[in-house]
Design a protein around this ligand. Structure first.
Ligand code: NAD
Ligand code: LMR
Length: 326
């Protein structure tokens, strides 16, 4: 197995990009024995900013950084990449929902899907740019013979947010909170599943007795956390989004420890009754051979089934809006 990984990052001159590239170059993502080549992509107007970013990366003298490429042409930028982290897209502003960005951001991902097919033979792509589930569907549908299951969208930020909320409520360290699945869309309809989560090895619902909070404020806080950050900061989340992107890639790159799983939006295979082909966030495990599986057998009561149906319906609606791009 090669000990060099080539990672493309689109929108690398943006705010998430600035929080992401140094951590990847430092060896934090793939470990100290794996070299990283960074392929940074931007629109032509931002290429000069990328040149400055490359100077800073070089000035860190990271032992694991084996090269930096800069491109505004996606086909060149995706040439030979193993991972493509698709961040480049417009962020929403105050008062907007993420899917208000569909018509502006969706078309970016047709070109990137096509470029991935032409440039990269063995690639995994994660879409961060919003609305990320539907953008990932657009990229995958335009990527020709690149297998559908090589595409995913990021819901790890939502999982991390949910874990923090549960830990704070229970008064325990976040490490005690495990297996909090985000189901569905990275949007205000997502369902952060506390029923199947554990705290200190026990059911979260046994540790947190305030079930009204779990069914109410907990869910809405996670669903609306992105908007709360935009309201407070004036800009959307960046360092926490970059951190989640690292978690996402690590989760797919390394086998998942026994008994655990993580959240990511992947093409539905019909699991849990979700329509096949939708880019839907599920509980995922990465196997020893590098492939992944959707964790089966989790129970959903009526409350959960209603939430799943709502987020599935929203994703179908988004798919309808972009049907000409698929
Ligand atoms: P930003 O505006 O700071 O940076 C985006 C960058 O993308 C810009 O530099 C822009 O020039 C570049 N870009 C635009 N079109 C491009 C293209 N076709 N090719 C390459 N680069 C292109 O925005 P940001 O804060 O870094 O956020 C980026 C995206 O990530 C937004 O859509 C935002 O909503 C989304 N986001 C998603 C999550 C998530 O959890 N999935 C979390 C945070 C942000
Ligand atoms: C987030 O969840 O922070 C991002 O998707 C940005 C946003 O628009 O909320």
């Amino acid at each position: 197995m090669s000990n060099t990984v080539k990672v493309a990052i689109t929108g690398a001159a943006g705010q998430i990009g600035y929080s992401l590239v140094f951590r990847i170059a430092s060896g934090e993502l793939f470990g100290p024995d794996t070299k990283v080549v960074l392929s940074l992509l931007e629109i032509p107007q931002a290429v000069t900013a990328l040149e400055g970013l490359a100077m800073e990366l070089n000035d860190c003298a990271f032992p694991t950084l084996a090269g930096i490429e800069i491109n505004s042409d996606a086909e060149k930028g995706f040439d030979g990449v193993n991972w493509a982290i698709l961040v480049g897209a417009k962020p929403r502003g105050p008062g907007m929902e993420r899917n208000d960005l569909i018509s502006e951001n969706g078309p970016i991902f047709t070109g990137q899907g096509k470029a991935l097919q032409r440039g990269a033979s063995d690639v995994r792509a994660v879409v961060v740019g919003n609305p990320c589930n539907t953008n990932a569907l657009i990229a995958a549908k335009n990527a020709g013979d690149v297998p559908f299951n090589r595409f995913s969208a990021m819901t790890m930020l939502d999982e991390n947010r949910a874990r923090y909320q549960l830990a704070a409520k229970a008064g325990v360290a976040v490490t005690e909170v495990q297996n909090v699945t985000i189901w569905g869309n990275h949007s205000a309809t997502q369902y952060p599943d506390f029923f199947n989560a554990t705290i200190g090895g026990k059911k979260a619902t046994d540790v947190i007795s305030d079930h009204d909070w779990l069914k109410g404020d907990f869910i809405t806080t996670v669903q609306k956390r992105g908007a709360a950050i935009i309201k407070a900061r004036g800009k959307s989340s960046a360092a926490s989004a970059a951190n989640a992107a690292l978690d996402h890639v690590k989760n797919f790159h390394f086998p998942t420890p026994d008994g655990k799983w993580f959240s990511a939006a992947v093409p539905s295979d019909g699991s849990y009754g979700v329509e096949e082909g939708l880019m839907f966030s599920f509980p995922i495990r990465t196997k020893d051979d590098g492939s992944y599986e959707i964790v089966q057998g989790l129970d959903h009561n009526e409350f959960a089934k209603e939430k799943l149906a709502k987020t599935e319906a929203e994703l179908k609606g988004e798919r309808e809006i972009v049907k000409d791009l698929l």
